[in-house]
Design a protein around this ligand. Structure first.
Ligand code: TRP
Length: 344
């Protein structure tokens, strides 16, 4: 049995980057009934850089919950919960803060990039700066062993591992060191935006959302960045930074050729033809569109069903949070015992 934990900040609807980076993997892991899964909507973490836009975070809790359920996360198997409803996480964070230095936090590459991206300059909020410590609390509160995440989260897992080692050495050997579970290939690890930008992100407006309509999906695929030197169909095409091919690396399976493009057996053959010349972008885009429409249609339909029953969705979050809270309370109790601060 493995304890698996992951989560997302509720700052927008989830997109294909979330899907291939972690969501799809969670649904697979859930089908092994020996696993115990915890899926957290990280609203407190989202507030560390959205504290001036509480409504955005609050409204997106619902959207992320709908995305989870429509992708197939099953609340009867996986515990889905809201971070801020587990106050024990704050208390754990406070004790873990003693085990981390300011310079160690400053070296966290993901935090560094995010500080630049958000233009904080010299005014980094302390809450934001320390979120890797709270993420260690998120993970260790459930004794999670496996954390399915994208590449950008590796520094967080590393930091959590260091905190666990310090705690276990200093106090008592009770915390579990988590391991990151990375996506299957490079394309899934960092799915670019449709404009070819390295990151798919809401603020760049380059996302395909899980909840997009069929029309939005095909329009976005038509506009996707490919190889600018591939002007005529007969020109040889390049695969590097060719977004359409990166998406095919993330989504395409051999079976899709039999269904949608039977002239080829597999992606290697398609790539070879493209590189040789004589294969137009529109054919490749049409193929990608068929694949994505097929993958996203059932997700969209389920989302529509769940949206009609929001009371049910919120009841899932409520009971999931109650269950998660009682587990986190047990860990906090043993943490305090290990530290020798259970006074009565
Ligand atoms: N930092 C993650 C993100 O930005 C969200 C998150 C919060 C998380 N706590 C976590 C992920 C614990 C994995 C484990 O998407």
């Amino acid at each position: 049995m493995s304890i698996i934990l992951s989560g997302d900040r509720p700052t927008g609807k989830l997109h294909l980057g979330h899907y291939v980076g972690s969501l799809r993997r969670r649904v697979e892991l859930q089908s092994d009934r020996n696993n115990q899964m915890f899926i957290m909507i990280a609203d407190s973490q989202a507030l560390t850089d959205n504290f001036n836009d509480i409504n955005k975070v609050r409204n997106n809790i619902k959207e992320v919950a709908l995305d989870y359920l429509s992708c197939g996360l099953d609340p009867n198997v996986s515990t889905i919960y809201i971070q801020s409803l587990i106050p024990e996480l704050c208390e754990l964070t406070f004790y873990y803060m003693n085990l981390v230095t300011v310079s160690r936090l400053q070296r966290n590459p993901t935090v560094k990039t995010e500080i630049k991206l958000r233009g904080f300059k010299q005014s980094v909020p302390v809450g934001f700066f320390t979120y890797p410590i709270s993420q260690a609390a998120d993970i260790t509160a459930f004794k999670a062993e496996i954390v399915p995440v994208g590449n950008d989260q590796l520094p967080m897992i590393e930091q959590a591992r260091e905190i666990v080692r310090s705690f276990n050495t200093l106090y008592d050997n009770i915390l579990v060191e988590p391991t990151a579970l990375l996506p299957k290939n490079e394309a899934c690890s960092r799915l670019p935006g449709i404009d070819g930008n390295a990151k798919m992100s809401k603020s760049l407006g380059n996302c395909i959302y899980l909840s997009d309509t069929p029309d939005e999906i095909s329009k976005k695929i038509k506009s996707m960045y490919t190889d600018p030197s591939h002007i005529r169909v007969s020109d040889p095409g390049h695969l590097e930074n060719n977004t359409v091919f990166t998406y095919l690396d993330a989504f395409c399976e051999d079976k899709h050729f039999a269904s949608f493009l039977p002239q080829y057996n597999n992606l290697d053959e398609l790539k070879q033809h493209y590189q040789k010349g004589g294969l137009g972008d529109s054919v490749v885009k049409k193929f990608l569109n068929e694949i994505l429409q097929q993958e996203l249609a059932p997700i969209r339909e389920k989302r529509m069903e769940y949206s009609k029953n929001l009371d049910y969705v919120f009841s899932i979050l409520k009971s999931g949070s109650e269950k998660a809270q009682s587990i986190a309370a047990q860990t906090l109790d043993s943490v305090k015992k290990a530290m020798g601060i259970k006074y009565f």
